[in-house]
Design a protein around this ligand. Sequence first.
Ligand code: PHE
Ligand code: FE
Length: 296
Amino acid sequence: MTTPRRVESLLTDKGQVPVYTTAVVEQPWADYTAVEHDTWARLCARQGEILPRRACRAFLENLQALGMHGDRIPKFDALNVHLQRATGWRLIGVEGLLPELDFFQHLAAREFPVTWWIRRPEQFDYISEPDLFHDLFGHVPLLMNPVFADYMQAYGAGGVRAATFGGEPLTNLTRLYWYTVEFGLIREAEGLRIYGSGISSSQGESVYCLDSSAPNRVGFDLARVMRTRYRIDTYQKTYFVIDSFEQLFRATVAPDFGPIYYGLKGAQSIPAGALLDTDAVIQRGSGEGWLADGDV
Ligand code: PHE
Ligand code: FE
């Protein structure tokens, strides 16, 4: 594997974050080694065992439809055939995390940036930045869902707009992404299910988020989520639960966030594990194992 070109590190509200070149790159598919294909295959097989009855229906069905459970790293071009047909989305190869505005612009154009490199074997269980497995396995199945796909595009457009409003609106919007796209739960007829990609690409959190009595599980509320800090180095202390992708879409796409950002200006942020009197509490977490500090 050639080395991804990391251009700089930025100190952000998420700590020191690596930022990569913004160039769109060709997926170097022929260069993946046998070890890298094997890492992909083993990660897929492991999540494939855990996720039935845990991930939401749309995720599981589309995972099958995309044929992502194979033993070789998928080609972006092959996945794009399915995506184009289903929702008009397209995967583009990138070196890693993009600067915020570039990321928003891609989403607004229905382009999903995918890190082309996969974690090393010694990072099998945990990697602190998104790699190919997280980006493909975690995010792409739901891009096949028409409502979710439209939400993602609208989110990107909202991000481009928020970037003109300054730091606080961007923080509010990032929290929305975190607690939905990355760590969201959804209520289905059979019970709570996973749709967040940060969960579905993690063995430990796929079990913890549904089975543990430690975290809070709370009904989704836009302004509440926008005020809530989160964890980047441990499992979440609170998960927000939507009833459907339509609910998420209705709550976010039509409303003009301008007045909402304005109303939140200077508001106290809510610690990641706190519950409010106004919360629609599904489960009050025991807080077992929580670290006192480190919410971002
Ligand atoms: N409606 C939001 C705005 O006015 C845009 C948005 C859509 C944000 C969907 C997030 C998700 O800025
Ligand atoms: Fe992600």
